[in-house]
Design a protein around this ligand. Sequence first.
Ligand code: ADE
Ligand code: ZN
Length: 340
Amino acid sequence: MKKELDLSEFIKQLPKVELHLHIEGTFEPELMFKIAQKNKIKIKYKNVVDLKKAYNFSNLQEFLDVYYAGCKVLLNEEDFYDLTWEYLTKAKSQNIKHTEIMFDPQTHTQRGIKFDTVIKGIHQAMKDVEEELGISSKLIMSILRHLPEESAFETFKQSEPYKKWIDAIGLDSSEVGHPPSKFTNVFAHAKREGYLIVAHAGEEGPPEYVKEALNILKVDRIDHGNRSLENDKITTELVNRKMALTVCPLSNLKLKVVNNLKNHPLRSMLDKGIIATINSDDPAYFGGYLNENFIEIQKALNLTKDEIIRLVKNSINASFLDDIGKNKLLKLLQNHLDNY
Ligand code: ADE
Ligand code: ZN
């Protein structure tokens, strides 16, 4: 009798790519306490167990309040290095070959940390990991949408000396009430400067925000995009433009964007021909890294082996690697599948 394929094991062993990951969202409680102690900063929770009890969210804002509070212990270049190093070694253990990391400079500059401190720590860890562990990565500077557009322009100014380290500009934080059109000018500037563009849209916000991200910000990828499916015209637009969505199943479950993974719109996205990818968003807070996201959504939606392969290929093709980099990963994947 032919042995049935263990899809969880298949997922773990697949070479993968991650496209939607906030470095601040990889801050594991153990590291948070360690850095807090070193920097002599008090955390309002007694210990790791106590802190983890706060990871019970009813919506995006409840999560963001805890996430921004956790960032307050990050002070030095070394702290940003350690945070990034820890995520990338975890990525290595999950067979991630390439990852595109978002960071929120304003979360740190607003509390007096220099932009230089943040980016130097993150960049050095990315460079060291590429050399030592062979994982390539790109950096996305994300703009906090709850702050005014002037603050985004200020961040751009601070980022100028580091232009060669930044591949794309993103938009994140509290979505509802802060449409993409609030940032028309700063994203036009980013485009003129030659940056690629991504934006969170349609996570909690309406489909019109996805339309604005497409037509006003002129994005190269949409982060989340779940609510696009409420509007047929926008859905068709995504298909026609071959626009990739960076979908984050466990995030959607934890933030109550979906009430059950069985009702996750990924099934519909695939059926309609949307280029969907799987990602972990803020894995330290949402109960799983990339493998766990794949495994849980596979079980919930009964994804087939071919659908899983399609999702990984989508991630490679929607990455910001050049064609040589993409082809290298597509070949690596094919080689793996031929020998599996
Ligand atoms: N910042 C970190 N995670 C986020 C998410 N899921 N949505 C919006 N902003 C975020
Ligand atoms: Zn996100």
